[in-house]
Design a protein around this ligand. Structure first.
Ligand code: C2E
Ligand code: CA
Ligand code: CA
Length: 723
């Protein structure tokens, strides 16, 4: 405490407090040297007395211009102990000042009057105040030196102070000219009054043009709020710099990141007259930070998010989905045959393959969805906003489609496939389980024969979805050569000879299982796949007819192959043309291929069907009606259609030997057919008795297990050879 009443006013007290506050921020380690120096100079200059800043040893760190009046220049003071400074005339104040410094260092302010001896007219009063930083630590001391001046003199000093402040600013500006940081002075509202020339290099802007403008004009929209907030904070806060990060526009349109400290400058009455800012360009640093973040969360080879980022996004998406009740789907994508590429073409080719796969997958992923690489040849797609597995299957199809085209790897053309597992959040309790489920489904897909997708068994997996699965598989079966034809011989009942075969399609699944047509033909018909599937059957039957021809005497009766046509195929305008080409391509004649259609198939669009049948008949192709007796049994159309053959459904044949009605019906059908000039073939003959009755009823031909089950063509090579 001062031991004497100081001639201070309320205002100067407040001023001292704010100066002390300003000084307190000088120890801030973030403050650059220029700002530190500027702030200490400005703070000291604001004091009306000669003021020195000394460290705890008493060494002078800075001083204001008032010291001049005591006969000491700034240069003669800086770096020296306070008591050896040329201030004290003949006096040696060390013994007086040392205890004062010690006291102040422990936080007790104090003052002493030192008699400057003969050379000085007046004694100097020294007042020491500890400067406490924001942590409460005393880092330096403020020494105010005052001769006993009268009031008038003080006023004059205040005036001089204002002038000195202006000078300090110009000194500051002189220093600012050389700084590499962006150093500016602002009006309290932020308007630039001074911008350092470094702005030319930093932002390619003219400092003179900037003066008078507002930093908001340069600010990036995303950081504008931070800037505005900092400006208002700085004007309100005591003296501590307000620090913030923001982006400023370069003349070329890009934005640079700055870390800026904004400090208020107050006048002698404590009002903020201006703000000083010091901004460091941290663009490079941020880029490094960003790339480190990217490295931590992205896969180096493909640039895709890695597992860590995927799990994070999965967690978020899972939480959102729980709230919105909108399921999310995960597709686990594993490459088929990738190991072979690595083993045979090398790791470089493997890496190229992975990059190319990532490109193709990236083209499929929708905005907002995540495609990640888990490592190895595993990728994961996270789809939000799909309607569960159904939406995901559409994505899965597109992914499978993306592998249709081969990959070119260093001169080699390689086919890659992928197995996809689908799971949705409906069947999982958390993100990790969801991923596991998709993984499990992926293995199912691999097991199912690769290059396909499988859906994890879960609550929402309806039969419809299974159907979608099969439908997709069936579509591929047609192009992947998974279909085969079995042939069932038809015998002439008079001669007992084979006169033809019925071609019956089977689906040989990659796991070796043979699926009977009853399990997939209805689906093929509903989905329209039957059109392509049927074309394959026609082509294959024609090829077989040509092959069997080689075994036969040139003059012998033709072996007819009967092909089943479904109603959907009759709706295909290309059907007739296709059959004609298939026959020509195989090099066979039109009497070697016959078509059979069920009654119900004819019921659809009867006119267009009749039209197609007429055209086929015109080509010389025999036509038969299949499963006769099971449909509408409208005998009327039998003579309206260009038919050659009527096949009695096996259900009537089954009852032939045992129940009278069946025999009566079969007898009536045979008579009617003969009356219309049709050949009658009985289907499903299993016993000798059935055969006997059919012969008695004058049936023309028959087929059934009694003669042979449908078999692969090779099974009949020998039989045909013997002819
Ligand atoms: P469908 O045209 O009536 O073919 C006769 C079915 O009866 C065949 O069944 C055959 O294996 C079976 N069968 C033959 N003899 C006997 C017998 O003595 N006893 C018994 N219990 N069954 C016998 P499959 O091969 O399972 O074919 C079922 C149906 O699938 C066919 O009935 C046909 O409607 C359809 N289908 C088969 N291949 C094709 C095709 O290429 N295209 C179209 N659109 N449909 C086809
Ligand atoms: Ca048939
Ligand atoms: Ca039939």
């Amino acid at each position: 405490m001062p031991d004497e009443a100081s001639p201070t006013t309320q205002t100067t007290n407040e001023l001292r407090l704010s100066v002390l506050q300003n000084l307190a921020t000088l120890t801030d380690p973030d403050l650059d040297d220029l700002s530190r120096e500027l702030q200490s100079r400005i703070a000291l200059t604001r004091l009306t007395d000669a003021a020195l800043l000394v460290d705890l040893d008493g060494t002078v760190l800075d001083c204001n211009d008032r010291a001049d009046s005591l006969g000491a220049t700034r240069d003669s003071l800086l770096g020296r102990p306070l008591w050896v400074a040329p201030l004290w005339g003949t006096a040696d104040p060390a013994t007086i000042l040392a205890p004062l410094i010690d006291e102040a260092s422990t936080g007790v302010a104090g003052s002493r009057t030192i008699d400057t001896g003969d050379n000085s007219s007046r004694p100097i009063r020294v007042e020491l105040t500890p400067v406490t930083d924001s942590d409460g630590a005393i880092s330096m001391l403020l020494a105010e030196l005052r001769t006993l001046a009268d009031e008038r003199e003080t006023e004059a000093i205040i005036e001089a102070t204002t002038q000195a402040l202006a000078e300090a600013e110009s000194i500051f500006q002189a220093m600012a000219e050389y700084t590499s940081d962006l150093v500016c002075l602002h009006q309290p509202d932020g308007t630039f009054t001074y911008v350092s020339p470094s702005v030319r290099r930093l932002l390619d802007l003219d400092p003179a043009v900037l003066a008078g403008s507002h930093p908001v004009d340069l600010s990036h929209a995303n950081t504008r709020d931070a800037l505005v907030q900092a400006l208002s904070d700085a004007a309100r806060r005591g003296g501590e710099p307000t620090r913030f990060r923001h982006r400023l526009r370069h003349r070329n349109g890009s934005y640079r990141w700055f870390e800026t400290a904004l400090t208020p400058i107050r006048d002698s009455s404590g009002d903020v007259t201006q703000l000083q800012s010091s901004g460091r360009d941290i663009t490079q640093q941020r880029e490094t930070e960003q790339s480190l973040i990217k490295q931590a969360f992205h896969d180096e080879l493909t640039g895709l998010p890695n597992k860590a980022l995927l799990l994070d996004r999965l967690d978020q998406a899972f939480a959102v989905s729980r709230r919105s009740l909108q399921p999310i789907a995960v597709l686990f994508i594993d490459l088929d045959g990738f190991k072979i590429i690595n083993d045979t073409l090398g790791h470089q080719a493997g890496d190229t393959a992975l990059s190319k796969v990532s490109e193709r997958l990236s083209a499929i992923v929708r905005p907002g969805d995540t495609l990640a690489r888990l490592g190895g040849d595993e990728f994961v797609m996270l789809c939000a906003g799909t309607d569960g597995a159904r939406g995901a299957t559409a994505v899965a199809r597109r992914i499978l489609g993306a592998f249709d085209q081969p990959f070119v790897l260093g001169g080699h053309t390689v086919n890659l496939g992928t197995s996809i597992g689908i799971a949705t959040s409906l069947g999982a309790d958390n993100a990790t389980q969801l991923l596991d489920n998709a993984d499990t489904a992926m293995y199912e897909a691999k097991h199912g024969g690769r290059n396909r997708f499988a859906i994890h068994d879960e609550v929402d997996q309806s039969l419809a979805l299974e159907r979608i699965d099969t439908e997709e598989a069936l579509r591929r079966a047609v192009t992947n050569g998974e279909l085969i034809l079995h042939y069932q011989p038809e015998l002439d009942l008079d001669s007992g000879r084979i006169v033809g075969f019925e071609a019956l399609v089977r689906w040989q699944r990659p796991d070796g299982r043979i699926v009977p047509p009853g399990e997939f033909i209805p689906l093929a018909e509903e989905s329209g796949i039957i059109v392509d599937l049927g074309k394959w059957v026609i082509t294959e039957a024609c090829r077989q007819a040509a092959a069997w021809r080689l075994f036969r005497e040139p003059e012998s009766e033709p072996i007819r192959i009967w092909v089943n046509l479904s109603g959907r195929q009759l709706g295909d305008p290309d059907l007739v043309g296709f059959i004609e080409r298939a026959i020509a391509d195989a090099g066979i004649t039109t009497d070697e291929i016959c078509m059979e259609i069920t009654e119900s198939a004819l019921m659809g669009d009867a006119n267009s069907a009749a039209d197609q049948l007429d055209q086929l008949r015109a080509l010389g192709i025999s036509l038969g009606i299949d499963d006769f007796g099971t449909g509408w049994s409208q005998f009327a159309y039998l003579h309206r259609l260009p038919l050659d053959v009527l096949k009695i459904d096996q259900s009537f044949v089954a009852g032939l030997a045992t129940d009278r009605d069946s025999a009566t019906i079969v007898a009536a059908i045979i008579d009617l057919a003969h009356a219309l000039g049709l050949i009658v073939i009985a289907e499903g003959v299993e016993t000798e008795e059935q055969l006997k009755v059919l012969k008695e009823l004058d049936c023309d031909q028959a087929l059934g297990f009694y003669f042979s089950k449908p078999k692969k063509s090779e099974a009949f090579d020998e039989v045909l050879d013997l002819r």
